[in-house]
Ligand binder design. Sequence first.
Ligand SMILES: Cc1ncc(COP(=O)(O)O)c(C=O)c1O
Length: 353
Amino acid sequence: MTTSAAYPDSLGRLSTMARAELFQGPTLLESMPNLTKVCGGAQLYIKRDDCIPLAFGGNKVRQLEFYLGEAAAQKADTVLITGAVQSNFVRLAAAGARKLGMDCHIQLEERVAKSDPYYRQSGNVLLDRLLGATLHSYPDGEDEAGADRELHAIAERLTAEGRRPFIIPLAPGHKPYGALGYVVAAHELLAQIAEQGLPVSEVVVASGSGATHAGLLFGLRALGSPMTVTGVCVRRDAEQQYPRIWDRCAEIADLIEIDNPVQDGDVIVTDAYLAPGYGKNGEASLDAIMLCAQSEALLLDPTYTAKAMAGFLDSARRSKSSDALVFMHTGGLPAIFAYQNDLSDALDARAGS
Ligand SMILES: Cc1ncc(COP(=O)(O)O)c(C=O)c1O
């Protein structure tokens, strides 16, 4: 199940990188006429990576094609990954591993102070268990290096038992295989924009680990597109996120062996929608969830796409009608059920007001 595709020379060694095929693209680029009317400016479009078929889909499927391609190339039989309790990445790593005939060990970190049973047991946690992953827990949600060290300790135990583990690390500084999935997505998006003849000036995306944001920005610039890429911070503030995106772009350039096409001024991050913090919603992101559901039947997850959409809506309200804007929907939908209490409260509050 490995795949190869031919990309332009400006994407360096991308065509030669190990890649496991986990879905068939392109994902749809759809117009959002109702939301366009509400915002009153540019034509609004959405890139439906949330509809990737693997186990409820999302951006991490694209990233895993390269991580698991590398795992398969190394003849691994077990994948190890760490993330928040309601991580979409770990759910999709378990799904991708299953597709490739591998096992998956998942380490769940305490990043969000939520103890209700929906958060602890439903959504992604339920799916991790259905996919047959082995679950471990890690008490700290902010210690990326420590979480990675613990993964290595689990990998050592597995190796002693005769397994061949492959670790997907969390902390920055490792080869950015995941970001390559969004270099591919940039190529795909440009082809769709050209085919549909759209005057797209900006794409808005959630910026967490930064692999999606950096890959997309890098791919667009390497392919000659000057489109603005706005990364909406979902995990840390703009001051911390900005250098992460820069570093990730430099690492992509090293990995595919081309000069870094990303220039000063290309990296745009906003933390205006981050409060009250990772995995928690403020009014703007709750409003975005309600507006998208009730205008376009478009579902957003509370942790990532709700905040990114709040940023997108502000861009849309400021935009000109001659422009087109794209929202990159990165998925995360199982978490809606993990946040049932918060979302029900928000619905009740709006019904009562
Ligand atoms: C649904 C969803 N959207 C966006 C992101 C952020 O992507 P990245 O970590 O590549 O910045 C994540 C990360 O887990 C996610 O699960």
